[in-house]
Design a protein around this ligand. Structure first.
Ligand SMILES: Cc1ncc(COP(=O)(O)O)c(C=O)c1O
Length: 428
């Protein structure tokens, strides 16, 4: 057999294939699953998924799917999505976020990922700048897939880990596509109207210059897959609500994966200026990345009933808040051990810091992660998995797969492990 492996990979693969990186989050999650299967007591705070026992999708969606299958809705849907689904999503985007692109500006895909991939693929040439906040979810993989130039815009604890207008402005000349995500995975923080408006102004000012010079504009990809999940007193904001002129340069991504907790049902969509839709439809069609027809039928019906959705979201927010409040209360009591967190504002994540470097005599987040897993059965993901390479002790906690009682048990184990290891007085 011919030799196929080279120093830098496998000769049978393209450079892109050889450079493909496995998701770090999924690697950690797989090892946690193996521990749970062995009977070990571990709280799976790792994946951004929902356990169906804890979070159910709306009943109307399930009955709609069954109904559609029973009626024989099993053939190909149109590549852009069923017309009735595009229409109800267009109405929803207008009603909820003031994004008015009509049904021609809505294209569905099998989850947010295909439409996310399509939005990068159709705007970026090899060598173009793809800017994203850090920490953030998965952007570095898309940089690689598109042969783009990576422009990380690091957030800080002061900016609630969100990229600021000032930091974006410093790199704006190099940017062709800017992706923003709010509520942010992994930090659970959200842009305010002022923060978002300042970023839009930076983009529009640059685009005016580029227009005069006949150069391609900066495009904004706004990933709002957690938009319906917000903490009390927090409003999700869409860029067009604070800066209507940004609409011509904005592609919005959304999905039922998070908002309806249906990660496995695979329905996402993109809202964009209708004139840009035809190549997206063609790409989704070539990939065959459309959602199954029964789920499209069911979602079309559900999104035509905003009141049913709103009721579901109120209940879901409460279940998230129940989990977040236990976490905050318990982590807040561990500050003497170097534990802190950022107030969660949206999504299913909480940013927490375990500043255990000196106490454990270690240098990396990975060593702290392993200690927490092995000593307390607390499985969390370091910010390195989201592109923030500094060893600062920051981690993501995800609450989608845990009950309130599992969180309480995990916090009991954590408290006891910290006490035993660091020989402190019992906490009051
Ligand atoms: C910010 C963000 N965008 C997009 C996605 C992808 O969603 P989907 O499962 O619908 O492809 C995720 C999934 O975790 C996410 O966190």
């Amino acid at each position: 057999m011919a030799t196929v492996s080279m120093g830098e990979g496998d000769r049978r693969l393209s450079n892109m294939g050889n450079g493909m990186e496995r998701s770090r989050i999924l690697t950690i999650a797989a090892s946690v699953r193996a521990m749970i299967a062995r009977g070990e007591e571990v709280a799976p705070f790792t994946v951004g998924d929902f356990s169906p026992e804890q979070f159910e999708v709306p009943n109307e969606l399930l009955t709609g799917i069954v109904d559609a299958v029973t009626k024989g809705e099993t053939n190909y849907p149109p590549a852009a999505g069923l017309p009735e689904l595009r229409e109800s999503l267009a109405q929803w985007m207008k009603h909820k976020y003031e994004v008015d692109v009509g049904s021609d500006g809505i294209i569905v895909g099998s989850g947010a990922r295909p439409v996310l991939y399509a939005s990068f693929r159709l705007f970026l040439e090899p060598g173009d700048g793809l800017a994203h906040g850090v920490p953030a979810w998965n952007n570095h993989y898309y940089v690689h897939l598109n042969d783009a130039v990576d422009i990380p815009i690091p957030g800080t604890q002061e900016s609630r880990f969100l990229p600021t207008a000032k930091a974006i402005e410093q790199r704006i000349k190099e940017i062709r596509v800017l992706i923003l995500n709010s509520p942010l995975n992994p930090t659970g923080t959200c842009f305010t109207s002022d923060e978002l408006s300042a970023i839009c102004k930076v983009i529009l000012a640059e685009n005016r210059i580029r227009e005069n010079e006949g150069r391609k504009p900066v495009m904004l990809v706004y990933d709002q897959v957690y938009s319906t999940m917000t903490a009390e007193h927090i409003e999700h904001v869409h860029p067009v609500q604070v800066c209507p002129e940004i609409c011509d340069y904005t592609i919005t991504l959304d999905a039922i994966s998070k908002s309806l907790t249906g990660t496995g049902l695979r329905l996402g969509w993109m809202a964009l200026p209708p004139a840009l839709a035809p190549p997206v439809v063609a790409l989704i069609g070539h990939m065959g990345a459309w959602p199954a027809r029964p789920i499209q039928k069911a979602a079309a019906k559900l999104y035509a009933q905003p009141e049913v959705l709103e009721e579901y979201f109120v209940d879901l927010d409460q279940r998230i808040a129940d989990r977040m409040s236990v976490l905050q209360e318990r982590l807040g009591k561990l500050s003497e051990y170097g534990v802190s967190y950022v107030q969660p504002e949206g999504g299913i994540y909480l940013s927490t810091r375990f500043d255990l470097f000196q106490r454990l005599g270690v240098k990396t987040n990975e060593e702290i992660r392993k200690w927490l897993l092995e000593s307390a059965g607390v499985a969390i993901v370091p910010f390195q998995a989201f592109g923030l390479e500094e060893e600062t002790g920051w981690f993501r906690i995800s609450i989608g797969a845990v009950s309130v009682s599992e969180i309480i048990a995990a916090m009991d184990r954590l408290e006891s492990a910290l006490r035993t290891a660091f020989d402190c007085e019992p906490l009051s």
